[in-house]
Design a protein around this ligand. Structure first.
Ligand code: MG
Length: 246
């Protein structure tokens, strides 16, 4: 029943991100990207998670280029061709949370930048495959780290994924680095928000004066993808992706 409700929350965030993906074009402000989601989420019976969370002022986190996570939408910040933008969004349906993020290119980007996006997404997929009863949390973490580092990318340490359910952040923490075979055992009924944050340079981060926006210390570009995944007897069930319609 919980997973059923969480999958409804997951479908709402996935659909909202799909709408935003269509809007993220050169010339659009990040404030504009923040306009539609709250109305849409509420029309679907959900409540946005981030707005008001510890004072965060918006429904969507918009993180451009060297911004890793927690960027604040602004009417002054316009997307330019060649940018990459991370969109992070959460919602609550009947008391259950779902959390999801994607990073998109704004128009064409150089091949190595596209590779950053592709490899980060792939690392999330590889982590999801590890979400099986009998595996350990370190298997999930190691899947992200080994894939990204083998392509020469940096793995952010300062922020991690998390358990999720009746609260946005529950135990356990889900680092994007770690040793296979270590850590807590994964069990059916656990739900994890796995969120690789990967850079073209080092893993070190810094927080801007707005006290939210996390950027790479070396100014290198960063990508962030996140899904909410339930561990079931049958294996991983991704709650935050829309199944393609035939
Ligand atoms: Mg999260």
């Amino acid at each position: 029943v919980e997973i059923e409700t969480m999958s409804r929350a997951g479908a709402v965030v996935a659909k909202t991100l799909a709408l935003l993906g269509d809007l993220a074009k050169p010339g659009v402000t990040t404030a504009h990207l923040d306009e539609a989601p709250e109305t849409y989420i509420r029309s679907e019976g959900g409540v946005p998670t981030f707005k008001g969370y510890r004072g965060f002022p918006a429904t969507v986190c918009t993180s451009i280029n060297e911004e890793i996570v927690h960027g604040i939408p602004s009417p002054k910040r316009r997307l330019a061709e060649g940018d990459i933008i991370g969109l992070d969004l959460g919602c609550i349906v009947e008391g259950y949370y779902a959390d999801c993020a994607i990073t998109l290119p704004v128009g064409p980007v150089p091949p190595r930048v596209q590779e950053l996006l592709d490899v980060t997404r792939e690392s999330l997929d590889k982590a999801i495959v590890q979400c099986r009863a009998g595996n350990r949390l370190g298997d999930v973490s190691h899947a992200v780290q080994s894939h990204c580092e083998s392509h020469g990318f940096g793995v952010v340490r300062a922020f991690v994924g998390h358990g999720i359910g009746r609260a946005l952040h529950e135990d356990p923490q889900v680092p994007n680095f770690g040793e296979a075979g270590r850590g807590p055992a994964l069990k059916p009924g656990m739900v994890l928000a796995i969120e690789p944050m990967i850079t073209m340079g080092s893993w070190e981060v810094r927080i801007l004066e707005d006290r939210w926006t996390a950027v790479t210390e070396d100014g290198s570009l960063a990508a962030h993808f996140e899904d909410t995944i339930a561990i079931t007897e049958e294996g991983p069930e991704v709650l935050t992706r829309i199944e393609p319609r035939s």
